[in-house]
Design a protein around this ligand. Structure first.
Ligand code: SAH
Ligand code: SF4
Length: 374
């Protein structure tokens, strides 16, 4: 097998066998790596141009009833300084976000029973009342079908729920008392209900091999999420995994490229975790095929409490600073921030109802505006 031939096959057919994917991960040279990045970049440019979409991240609670081994806000971490934003504080973040040009909010938190369906619906409805054209993404972990459905009906548009790892043994070791099938059930429910769904996984988990990463690539290829959150595992000093090694920038960026080739239209963030392990991590992710950034909109005084991992960037910056910083960073590598909702291309139709295949083609050939049909 030859690495470049497999990359070419991925580029042309959007697929490769598990053996071929493993061969790439095991044998990629520095030159092949550049070739892979350039091919992934090319596919992204075809589908999304040089536009980078922004999501304003609101970390609204760090209470969590789960005990994921890697996470700094797991319930067993008695040292975590817990907080919940009030309804008014959340709305302040939302209003500030709108002023700064964000058209999507991500409400993310631990699995916190305080935020019942009723409380979430109240928040979602208020955001939609004030900013009907802005999108709401939820990231609240595992809930019931009914709960997801009610929040969708209240106006939520998207849901992020990383599958974390597609290898059962790894999953079981990292999630005491949890069942992998339930997370899969949640992902299927979310899709069925009509959310744009984000799966995703961590790179460099303890004992994770290239074979495990191939399982993750296969899982996303088959599940076809609209979004895919991929970041390095970073040890947190108050967790049982504090002395483990974290994931590398290089491996994460390679995986981002492979996901772009497997799922050409996927919305792929260059994550904060990637920016936290390398000062130019997000830029490198974007150049390798990512097309989304998620700057922080949370109040500055809670940011360091949402400590999923150590060394998180931007915890001292005001939201407006983050907004300016991210734009300068993207411009510095020849990319532009696009101030729109940034829906998956497959979800957009033209005003006359035509589905379009790819952003550039659409811009060239069709003069009507794009509208989002829920
Ligand atoms: N509670 C929700 C959302 C918040 S956690 C959930 O778990 O889905 C969001 C993501 O942070 C998780 O999906 C996980 O992939 C990531 N994360 C948690 N701890 C991490 C760590 N130590 N390093 C890197 N990413 C981490
Ligand atoms: Fe809770 Fe999510 Fe952290 Fe797991 S990863 S402990 S569910 S916040």
């Amino acid at each position: 097998m030859i690495v470049r031939e497999i990359i070419d096959k991925l580029y042309k057919t959007e697929n490769a066998t598990d053996e071929e994917l493993l061969f790439i991960l095991d044998n990629l040279s520095k030159e092949d790596e550049e070739y892979l990045f350039s091919k992934a970049n090319d596919i992204r440019l075809k589908n999304y141009d040089n536009k980078v979409y922004m999501r304003g991240l609101i970390e609204f609670t760090n209470f969590c009833k789960k005990d994921c081994m890697y996470c700094g806000i797991r319930r067993s971490n008695k040292e975590a300084d817990r907080y919940r934003l009030t309804f008014d504080q959340i709305m302040e973040c939302v209003e500030l976000g709108d002023k700064l040009g964000y058209k999507t909010y991500v409400l993310q938190g631990g699995e916190d029973d305080y935020f019942t369906d009723e409380r979430m619906i109240e928040i979602i409805k208020e955001i939609k009342k004030k900013f009907p054209s802005n999108a709401i993404t939820l990231s609240l972990g595992e809930r019931s079908y009914e709960s997801y459905k009610k929040m969708y009906e209240a106006g939520a548009d998207r849901y992020l729920l990383r599958h974390e790892t597609a290898t059962k043994d790894l999953y079981d070791g990292l999630h005491p008392g949890e069942i992998m099938e339930n997370r899969r059930r949640c992902l299927n429910d979310l899709k069925e209900i009509g959310y744009q769904v984000g799966a995703g996984f961590m790179i460099g988990l303890p004992n994770q091999t290239n074979k495990d990463l191939v399982n993750d690539l296969r899982f996303v290829k088959e599940f076809k999420p609209h979004m895919c959150g991929i970041g390095p595992f970073i040890p947190q000093n108050q967790t049982p995994l504090k002395d483990e090694e974290g994931g590398s920038l290089e491996k994460t960026v390679i995986i981002l490229s492979l996901v772009r080739l497997l799922l050409p239209d996927v919305l792929l963030p260059a994550t904060t975790a990637l920016g936290s392990i390398d000062p130019l991590g997000r830029e490198k992710g974007i150049k390798a095929g990512a097309n989304v950034v998620m700057p922080n909109l949370s109040p500055t005084d809670v940011r360091d409490k949402y400590a999923l991992y150590d060394g998180k960037i931007c915890t001292g910056d005001e939201a407006a600073e983050c907004r300016g910083c991210i734009e300068r960073r993207m411009n510095s590598i020849g990319f532009e921030i696009e101030e729109n909702r940034g829906d998956n291309v497959k979800w957009l139709t033209t005003e006359d109802g035509k589905q379009y295949e790819n952003l550039n083609e659409h811009k060239k050939n069709i003069k009507t505006n794009l509208v989002f049909k829920k």
